[in-house]
Design a protein around this ligand. Structure first.
Ligand code: FMN
Length: 421
């Protein structure tokens, strides 16, 4: 694991600049996004950057940070700084992790594997998406002892859910993140305008197509109504991609129809809008992994989660991709922290774009912050090396913000003054 020293990182950038070398990953979030957009197809950009409806939740996520202000303290000897913290049985070098992001093959051919390798280099946890482009076992092998978790979408097949849990345990995951806010796909206007959904081309379904229970489900008769499709170049392209994305030989998949059958089975099963709190004990019965609920925004839901014995709360609005006009995640945090009262860790993501945002969340009581779109942008720009550079920058930025605010460690950050204006 590479150790990051914030001042060394800063010095490297400036000394390399003095000899004419610029960093590949822009530091300003808007330039990072712009550079990534130039490297992505319009459909990939729409999928990654977009949100639901008018994207007001995305705006709320960004602007909410502006209402919380750090009150730095002086003369507190910040020569030695320690950003390490506990995270589900591990010690991690910074209160950061990589949030689960699906369909990364749209961004870079090495997709999740490049992200896993980068996360391992920096020692930061990575939550493998249920909609990953690479099976969890491959990413787990790349992570070695660095903590990794599996994110679950509760599908219509409990057999499949149980098998995913078993695979996550066997892959050495440190926790199960159950995403609750995506019982249906949000109304994602950019994707709708492009009429583009990557799953229909067999993208982002690697956890399923690598799963023997899913393979069995593929053989079941599909009674759902089939959309009437005309034969067109686009239809042929979709057919080719679905078979190319399915494991095994393309020609064999084309002959057997496996690629298309996998997509149809996925569409039939992937989400179960009728899950309720009463279903949670089923997960507890089938896994010994810590269970973390993602998408909690109301303190009453946090209270209920604790009543059901969950091991972690993950405050998130899915980066504004689900409910448009939702409360910003950072706005929801204080009341949830107050409810949880340090009984379990409180994770958070949605709209975080730098070290000061992370500082504010920790001062408001979060345990660790999930990085979302920014690491996809770094992946688009320069693959694994790009993600490593981005993570180093975030770690350095946080450490410098912490020191300049008068804090030597996270205990001091948690006691630090953040005021609402
Ligand atoms: C392209 C994309 C795909 C995502 N896929 C998943 C997913 O598979 N599972 C999940 O729980 N969250 C998913 N998320 C949500 C992220 O985990 C996280 O909540 C969000 O990206 C945080 O917002 P931010 O990107 O604005 O920081 C996805 C987000 C994006 C942008």
């Amino acid at each position: 694991m590479r150790k990051i020293n914030a001042l060394d990182r800063q010095r490297t950038v400036y000394t390399q600049g003095a000899t004419g070398k610029r960093q590949l990953i822009p530091f300003q979030p808007n330039l990072l996004a712009q550079a990534a957009q130039q490297r992505m197809s319009p459909a990939a950009w729409a999928y990654i950057a977009g949100g639901a409806g008018l994207e007001q939740t995305m705006s709320a996520n960004a602007s909410a940070f502006d209402r919380w202000r750090i009150v730095p303290r002086m003369l507190r000897d910040v020569e030695q700084r320690d950003t390490g913290t506990a995270f589900f049985g591990h010690t991690i070098p910074a209160p950061l992790f990589l949030a689960p992001i699906g369909v990364l093959e749209m961004v870079h051919p090495e997709a999740d594997l490049a992200v896993a390798r980068a996360a391992r280099q920096l020692g930061l946890p990575y939550v493998f998406s249920n909609q990953a482009s690479v099976p969890m076992e491959h990413c787990a092998a790349a992570m070695e002892n660095t903590p990794h978790l599996f994110q679950l979408y509760w599908s219509r097949s409990n057999d499949l859910v149980v098998h995913f849990l078993q695979r996550a345990e066997a892959a050495g995951c440190s926790g199960l993140v159950v995403t609750l806010d995506t019982t249906m796909l949000g109304w994602r206007t950019r994707d709708l305008d492009m009429a583009s959904l990557p799953f229909l081309q067999g993208k982002g379904i690697a956890q399923y197509s690598s799963d023997p229970v899913f393979r069995k489900l593929m053989a079941e008769p599909d009674t759902s109504p089939k959309p009437s499709t005309r034969l067109s170049w686009d239809a042929i392209r979709t057919l080719i991609q679905a078979n190319r994305n399915f494991p095994g030989s393309f020609w064999k998949n084309l002959r057997s129809g496996a690629g298309l059958q996998a997509v149809r089975t996925f569409v039939r099963l992937y989400s179960r809008p009728n899950i309720t709190w009463a279903d949670l004990p089923f997960l507890r019965e089938h896994t010994r992994l810590p269970i973390i609920l993602k998408g909690i925004l109301h303190p009453d839901d946090a209270r209920k989660a604790l009543d059901y014995g969950v091991d972690g709360i993950y405050v998130s609005n899915h980066g504004g991709r689900q409910v448009d006009g939702s409360i910003a995640a950072i706005e929801a945090l204080p009341a949830i922290v107050e409810t949880v009262r340090e009984r379990v860790p409180v994770l958070i993501d949605s709209g975080f774009r730098g070290g000061a945002d992370v500082f504010k969340a920790l001062a408001l009581g979060a345990t660790a912050v999930g990085i979302g779109r920014p690491y996809c942008y770094a992946l688009a720009i320069n693959g694994q090396a790009g993600v490593e550079e981005l993570l180093s920058n975030w770690m350095a930025d946080f450490e410098i913000t912490m020191g300049l605010s008068g804090c030597k460690n996270l205990a001091e950050v948690r006691a630090a003054a953040v005021v609402k204006i």
